[in-house]
Every structure is written in C-alpha cells, then in structure tokens.
Design a protein around this ligand. Structure first.
Ligand code: ASC
Length: 150
C-alpha cells in the first residue's frame, strides 16, 4: 500500500474517532497556541502548493499533489485539540470559546472538504482537484471570517 493511501485511510479513522477527543497535552497555553499554529502552518504550506497547480502557476505533478493533499488532510485533524479552555491567544477570536459549537461545525466542514480534496488528489483528476480545492479554500475562509483575527 502506498503511503498516501495509508494516510487517506488513517485520516478517515482519525476524523471518525477524533471528534471531541483531545489526545495532546500542553503544559502552558503558549504551548497549545504554538501547536495549533504549527499544524495550520504546515497545512497552509501544502495547501498553497496545490493552489499553485490549480491556478496554473506550477506544473501538475500528480504524485506531488497527492502527497500535499494527504499532508493537508492529516494536518487538518490536529489543531482542534489545542483550542482547549484557557488557551485563548494568538489569532484566535474569543468566539471560538463563546460559540464553540459553531467553531466545531466549521472545523468539521473543513476537515470533510480536505478529505474530499485528498480523494480527488489520489485519483489524480485535475478537474476534480480544482473543484475540491475551491470548496476546501472556501471552508478555510468561512472559519477565518468568524474566528480568526486579521
Ligand atoms: C490558503 C491559506 C488559507 C486559505 C484561505 C482560503 O492557501 O493559507 O488560509 O487558503 O486563504 O480563502
């Protein structure tokens, strides 16, 4: 089994069992902030590389896109455990804690969108990748609009 296939299967499992289950522990709020920002940074780097292909700014290499989509899907499962009580700060808006159900719903929408992007990327169809990329990007923006400081 190729690595990205394993990541795809693993991501679905993590998404299924990970909902509401925090497994990382943090000594200090700053550690949680650094953890979630790191996960978003790695995710945005790979998402951006796919974006360059989608926008025609980089050549379409199927394996590279598949690898980056798998990274995005895996990373997308990680930040949420680092938004626990008492970890306000960074670029997080207070609504994350005061309207946590809405934040959770937005985070899950994004995670499902990047699972779709990963499926499209593993199958290697550029038109499907473009569509899934657009939906995934919208799900990033949707959450940023409500929950991320500018
Ligand atoms: C990116 C990135 C985001 C999203 C968002 C989409 O490449 O880093 O946060 O796309 O800008 O609107």
């Amino acid at each position: 089994m190729k690595l990205h296939k394993i990541v795809l299967a693993t991501t679905a499992t993590v998404l299924a069992i990970g909902a509401g289950f925090a497994f990382a522990q943090f000594q200090k709020p700053e550690d949680a902030i650094k953890y979630r920002q790191s996960a978003f940074t790695v995710m945005a780097n790979s998402f951006g590389k796919i974006g360059a292909v989608v926008k025609g700014e980089a050549p379409f290499n199927k394996d590279e896109v598949a690898r980056n989509a798998a990274i995005v899907a895996m990373m997308s499962t990680l930040p949420w455990q680092a938004f626990g009580p008492g970890t306000e700060g960074g670029k997080a808006q207070s609504e994350i804690w005061s309207d946590n159900a809405k934040f959770k719903a937005a985070s899950e929408k994004m995670q499902l969108a990047v699972v779709d992007l990963n499926k499209a990327a593993q199958s290697g169809d550029l038109e499907n990748i473009k569509k899934a990329f657009s939906t995934a990007g919208a799900s990033c923006k949707n959450c940023h609009d409500d929950f991320k400081k500018k």
